[in-house]
Design a protein around this ligand. Structure first.
Ligand SMILES: [Mg+2]
Length: 137
């Protein structure tokens, strides 16, 4: 299973405690090695600026690991351009465009989106539970 990971509103700029966010990220990297992809405006159009965006905003060890292990994607208009619909996936994002939701629906994949509420302090912990459940744990 592939994991698509947004940054703003999911890793940064979220009400969830930093420890919960770190725990969620560690779970994703441990459970899905080589299968975690950035799906963020900081990595698009052939340019990956995730490292400069994350540095200094996360603990160094966690930023190091993310920069080393999360893979880049390339998209221009819709994030769904970067999704491989031939393989099962989960997509952690705080807000999809209407047109992105339509693409998911067209692929019968609307339930693969985990809506991340950036204002909810329990969101990262709940997302971790959802990922474990969807992974059959
Ligand atoms: Mg976002």
């Amino acid at each position: 299973m592939k994991i698509y990971l947004d940054i703003d509103g999911v890793i940064l700029g979220t009400a969830s405690p930093a420890g919960d966010v770190a725990s969620l990220l560690t779970l994703l990297l441990d459970r899905f090695p080589g299968k975690v992809y950035w799906l963020t405006t900081h990595c698009r159009g052939g340019a990956d600026r995730t490292e400069e965006w994350l540095r200094g905003k996360l603990p160094d060890a966690l930023a190091d690991r993310l920069c080393r292990e999360v893979l880049p994607t390339d998209w221009n208009t819709l994030k769904t351009e970067a999704i491989d619909f031939s393989e099962s996936f989960l997509w952690l994002d705080d807000g999809l465009l209407w047109s992105e939701r339509r693409v998911l629906e067209a692929h019968g994949a609307a339930d693969r989106w985990i809506p991340m509420d950036r204002r909810d302090p329990g969101m990262a912990a709940r997302a971790e539970a959802i990922v474990r459940m969807r992974n059959g744990e």
